[in-house]
Structures are given as structure tokens and as C-alpha cells.
Design a protein around this ligand. Sequence first.
Ligand code: C2E
Ligand code: MG
Ligand code: MG
Ligand code: MG
Length: 288
Amino acid sequence: EAKGDGGAKYHIYHEEMYKKVALRVMMESEVRQALAKNQFSLSLQPQLEAKTKKLYGFEALLRWQHPERGMVSPEDFIPLLENSQYMVELGYWVIRRCFELCQTFIDKGLTDVRIAINLSAGQFADPHLTDYLIDLLAEFSLEANHFELELTEQTLVKNIDSAIEMMNGLRDIGFSFAIDDFGTGYSSLAYLKKMPVDVIKIDKSFVFGMLENRADYQIIMSTIAMVKKLGLLVIAEGVETSAQLRSLTENDCDIIQGYYFSKPIPETKLMEFIDTKIVNGYWKVSVL
Ligand code: C2E
Ligand code: MG
Ligand code: MG
Ligand code: MG
């Protein structure tokens, strides 16, 4: 009996593996075509200073408009492409697009805007990343302080010594670094101590229930206090309600990102969004 069970399990395991590999291979070839066919775009989600409602910046979020499958969520294809050369290629496409958008923002009068760019592990491990960024700065004549590079704890764990070296080099040029999804990975505290970062982004999973769940609330508030004592900036993502906003603001959270202010805005709607929602660099308060 035991043998039979093992065999069945082995079989299922094998099938799962096969499906995963097949899906990844399919994804890779689709991504290659999608890049050529311009099926990717970015949506940008505003980040606002909690106390003043000054625009801090926008996070760039990848969107894939697939001809048959519709809008494919990055959470459904980015993990599959991890460790693939196509993710690196796609990542470079994202970075270049962010530089173009930054130029557009500046032309629009948002002269101190920041764009947050998510970097995948493979992309961050790519030896050409630093040169690519330096070349883009020259090509666009833009200052590096317009760009914040987001890494996760999972990305950092892969090769901590070379990560630190690379981050120091890029920070010397003016790029800043954020740890994304903070609190969901491993060794958060060790990373806080070791990594040359500027910003901590508290993961939205803690924010969603922060006013109902005592543990989430305490984790958020002590994270904010700790991050600020270390002299770093703290962003809360996933802020959906005015009550969450109020509580985070009262407890000294620096920056707010979430549906309460805005969902990510497709590139095509971006200028209209800025015209209607941002005035002189501040979030427009609706006067009733
Ligand atoms: P992330 O970097 O943590 O981005 C924040 C995610 O939270 C985004 O999901 C955003 O739409 C969502 N979000 C923000 N505020 C709220 C809110 O108030 N409520 C809810 N329910 N969700 C909110 P999205 O756009 O689906 O992206 C998912 C993940 O995909 C990102 O998480 C990031 O890890 C990855 N990703 C997106 N774009 C890129 C990219 O260009 N490169 C890489 N490497 N990863 C990317
Ligand atoms: Mg992010
Ligand atoms: Mg995040
Ligand atoms: Mg995330």
C-alpha cells in the first residue's frame, strides 16, 4: 500500500513539475513576443506625504495586455519568469520607460518627482545593471535622485555582499533604495542594520486589517518608530481608508500609497490625472 501511495504522490509531483516547466517555457516565449508587439505598459500609483499631501512620487507597476487572456497581473507572470533572461530584458524595458515618464513629469512641472522602480532578483544580479542606469542618466540628462529602486528581502538574501557593493555604488551616484514588502521576508531586522537603504515600505498585508487586528497595528506602529529612529523614510502601501490614513499620519508614517488616494493610473490617463488631482505639487483637496 505504502509503495502505491508513494508512486501516486511521485506521479502527481511529476505532473505538477511538468506543468510548471511547461508554463514557464510558454511564458518566456510569450514575453518575447509581447515585448516586440508592445503589449506591456506601466501604471503609476501616486505616493503622498502623509502630513502635507505633497506628491512624493509614483511607483511604476507593470501591466501586460494579453490579446487573448486580457490584462495579466504581474503577480501571475513575474514569479514564473524569475531567473529567466526575459525578466531581465523586460526589466530593462521598464527602467527605460520610467526614464521617459520622468522626463514627461518634469516637462509637466513636477520637477522634484520620484519614480519607484521594482527590480526583480535576476535583474538586480545582472552585472550590466549599473552601467545601464548610468547610460540612461546621460542619455536623458536626468538626475539619479528622481529614481528609487525597490528590492525585496528575498532579492537581497540571494547575494548579500555583492548586493551591498552594488547598492553603495548606485547610491553614490544618487539613486535611492527601498525595501519592498517589508516584514514578509526573512531576517528583516538584520537587513535593516546591514543594507544601505533609504526607504522601508511596510507591506500592505499589515495595513489592510491594521485597525481591526491588534497584532497588525502593533507591528506597523513599532516598525514606523524603529525605521524613523534609524533615520530612514517609511512608506505604508495598501492604504484604503481615511481611518487608516489618519492613524498612520498620527503615528508619524512619512508616505502613503494606496487605493484611498488612487489606484495605479494607466500611462494613457496619467496627464489627465495630474491635471485634475495635483495642484502645484500637492494633492488637490476637494472643496465641497
Ligand atoms: P509591489 O511592488 O508591492 O506593488 C504594490 C502592489 O500593491 C501593486 O500591485 C498595487 O497595485 C497594489 N496596491 C497598492 N495599493 C493598494 C491598495 O490600497 N489595495 C490593494 N488591494 N492593492 C494595492 P500590482 O500592480 O498587481 O503588482 C504586484 C507586484 O508585482 C508588485 O508588488 C511587484 O512585486 C510586482 N511588480 C509589478 N511591476 C513590476 C516590475 O516592473 N518589475 C518587477 N520586478 N516586479 C513588478
Ligand atoms: Mg513595489
Ligand atoms: Mg510592496
Ligand atoms: Mg508585493
